[in-house]
Design a protein around this ligand. Structure first.
Ligand code: GTP
Ligand code: ZN
Length: 341
């Protein structure tokens, strides 16, 4: 058989056995080649939304996906369930827009977790406080969020009053990819429609008036914005268990705590009861919030736990030569409903 020329494509939706692709010639469906599927058992490299791939096929036909281009960055969490593995939410993302509504008591600890997820995957986080029209102390709220996200831009917008769009422009230039995340009801779909300048995504208020119910509505995942950037609207997350591929997100997200920790008297200080603990001193003199420290310690523990589980799995795999897909942790842990925490 004649060797077909491979062409680049990007995955715009993941339907499991079929992938929706965008190519130079337009959109088409694609299927992962048998070879690639076989290899993915070893590598866990399964294409996700945002991935660049090499395909063959004629326009108008179903394409075959042969290779995955190495990822520049990733938005990912730990998959729910007993097996320690990554769940990739979006690949090749420049900026993660973390949306939180100003009319609710937004949870600073949850924002810290989203920020850490971004840094862990090599993605720049930006916090977008939505519905500013429903809040009368916007500046104060921005300051309090900035306090838990050093080095992260925090901005306020209102889609209803068309406020703040210009603040987002720098993340929306051609060639860039932005992803959207945040709690249900924070205004993500409204933000997509507002940025697109037309109703492309169904918002909660529309869905509620829809007799077919919210679960039957289709949800598009990728858009090309008028500004030129590609926008990925990620599916809602009820829980966010962290995943780190070694990007050291903690030192990005909690840099000031790690700097303090470096000056503790003991190298292995746990910052709980040791003498000469600079972190505890900072809490006593009010420069560090105790809740921020405990969230840091909690997430650090989660990531260490992930690492240990992976090490155990690797050792077992080498012992039994099992494929990656059957990596089992020593102990399984039920996932928390962190949204409600
Ligand atoms: N006042 C005001 N309401 C808004 C604004 N943006 C969104 N809303 C309302 O907030 C509600 C939730 O908005 P959605 O855009 O559906 O929220 P979502 O984050 O996409 O929700 P999920 O799809 O469930 O994840 C809707 O009733 C919107 O009309 C805003 O800027 N101001
Ligand atoms: Zn200490």
């Amino acid at each position: 058989m004649e060797e077909q020329e491979k062409k680049p494509a990007r995955i715009i939706a993941d339907h499991g056995h079929l992938q929706r692709l965008i190519t130079e010639e337009g959109e088409c469906w694609g299927r992962i080649s048998g070879r690639m599927r076989h290899d993915s058992l070893e590598t866990s490299l399964v294409p996700a939304v945002g991935d660049w791939v090499a395909i063959t096929g004629q326009p108008g036909e179903e394409a075959i996906i042969h290779n995955l281009v190495p990822r520049q960055s990733r938005v990912s969490r730990q998959a729910a369930g007993p097996v320690t593995k990554e769940q990739l939410i979006a690949a090749n993302v420049d900026t993660l827009l973390i949306v939180a509504a100003l009319n609710h008591d937004f949870n600073l600890r949850r924002l810290e977790r989203y920020v850490l997820m971004a840094w862990n995957g090599g993605v720049r986080p930006v916090i977008v406080l939505s519905k500013s029209d429903l809040c009368n102390n916007v500046e104060e709220q921005i300051r309090s969020v900035e306090g838990v996200a050093p080095g992260v831009e925090v901005l306020a917008i209102s889609a209803v009053e068309d406020q703040g769009k210009s603040l987002l422009e720098r993340y929306l230039q051609p060639g860039l990819t932005v992803a959207l995340t945040g709690s249900s009801g924070s205004g993500k779909s409204t933000l997509v429609n507002w940025m697109m300048g037309e109703d492309v995504q169904l918002t909660q208020s529309v869905r509620e008036g829809d007799s077919r119910g919210r679960h039957t509505t289709t949800h598009r995942e990728m858009f090309v914005l008028p500004q030129g950037a590609v926008l990925i609207d990620t599916p809602g997350m009820r829980e966010l268990n962290l995943w780190d591929e070694g990007s050291d997100g903690l030192s990005h997200a909690f840099g000031e705590i790690e700097e303090l920790a470096a000056t503790c008297r003991f190298l292995d200080c746990s910052h709980t009861r040791e003498a000469g603990c600079a972190v505890k001193e900072a809490i006593q003199d009010g420069t560090l919030d105790e809740k921020r420290l405990s969230n840091y310690l909690k997430m650090q523990k989660e990531l260490q736990y992930q690492q240990r589980k992976e090490e155990v799995a690797t050792r077992r795999r080498t012992a039994s030569s099992k494929p990656t897909s059957s990596r089992k942790p020593k102990h399984s842990r039920s996932v928390k409903e962190w949204e409600e925490a």
